[in-house]
Design a protein around this ligand. Structure first.
Ligand code: THG
Length: 262
């Protein structure tokens, strides 16, 4: 699993404050803690209350690049914010995200090509969130076929089935899991798949348990990447164990320790 740390997000008060006050140490600590906990990449989102995301995303990217060369995942629906972040990128980068509308793909695909970025494509359009797996597949296939048309490598595309909170979307959970499998067979080579894991537990009382149960199941359905809280040790241990059982990690008696030292 490609683990993308979710914690550099202005929805958290400590991060919103650090962005506002340009507190580099707080952001760099949040980056380092996630990497030590096993993150392969870091999601960067200025948050809903940010007044000037075009400027602030550059400050975040530069601040984080001072302490790590891990992949950065620029998280905004606004192409102006994404492009601004891309202008100062030195590390590997993933654009998070585009919707499936042709007019969105027309903007985000050239941007990804220009900056040699990978791209997350959401299985949704400006018309709203899909209601079943057929709608998800149709939107995902639309994104893949546009990538093929413009020569964007499909293996650099991460498709996101849109993970809903289980307390509002319970009837869709199986469809979301099956979409992970469906997306892989849209084309050869396959696109990759990703979810925003913590969405699933929003508004529930036992968030960590809901998150890790979904992650273990999604891993068995072939999920490639997840945006998650790597500081949740129970979650990371469940993930490592699921990968072991699926024969994606080599077994040894101290596999948890061995994985963490890798
Ligand atoms: N897909 C893609 N990108 C995404 C998402 C997705 N980016 C944003 C989000 N969803 C993934 N990141 C988070 C980060 C935090 C939470 C959920 C998803 C979260 N935070 C606590 C909450 O809202 O309850 C905040 C608690 C606090 O403030 O301390 O749940 O789906 N491609």
């Amino acid at each position: 699993m490609f683990v993308i740390g979710e914690l550099i997000n202005g929805m958290y008060l400590s991060i919103a404050r650090a962005i506002k006050e340009k507190d580099k140490a707080e952001i760099q600590k949040c980056a380092q803690v996630q990497i030590e906990a096993g993150a392969d990449a870091l999601d960067i989102n200025c948050g809903p209350g940010c007044k000037d995301p075009v400027t602030d995303i550059q400050w975040l990217v530069e601040t984080i690049q001072e302490v790590t060369d891990k992949t950065l995942v620029l998280d905004s629906s606004k192409s102006k914010v994404i492009e601004s972040g891309l202008k100062v990128i030195k590390n590997k980068v993933i654009i998070n995200s585009t919707m499936a509308d042709p007019e969105k793909l027309e903007i985000f695909l050239p941007l990804a090509k220009k900056y040699n970025a990978k791209l997350i494509g959401l299985a949704m359009s400006s018309k709203g969130v899909p209601q079943n797996k057929d709608q998800r597949l149709e939107l995902a296939a639309q994104i893949v076929s546009t990538c093929q048309d413009v020569g964007f490598p499909v293996e650099d595309l991460y498709l996101d089935p849109i993970l809903l909170p289980v307390n509002v979307g319970q009837a869709q959970m199986v469809d979301i899991l099956e979409s992970i499998k469906d997306f892989k067979i849209i084309s050869e080579p396959s696109p990759k798949t990703v979810v925003g894991l913590s969405n699933v537990s929003q508004g529930t009382y036992v968030r960590s348990l809901v998150n890790r149960t979904f992650l273990v199941m999604a891993t068995a359905y072939g999920l490639d990447a997840a945006i998650l809280d790597p500081k949740d040790t129970e979650l990371m241990n469940a993930l490592i164990t699921a990968e072991l059982i699926l024969n994606k990690q080599i077994y040894c008696d101290s596999f948890l320790d061995a994985y963490k030292k890798k």
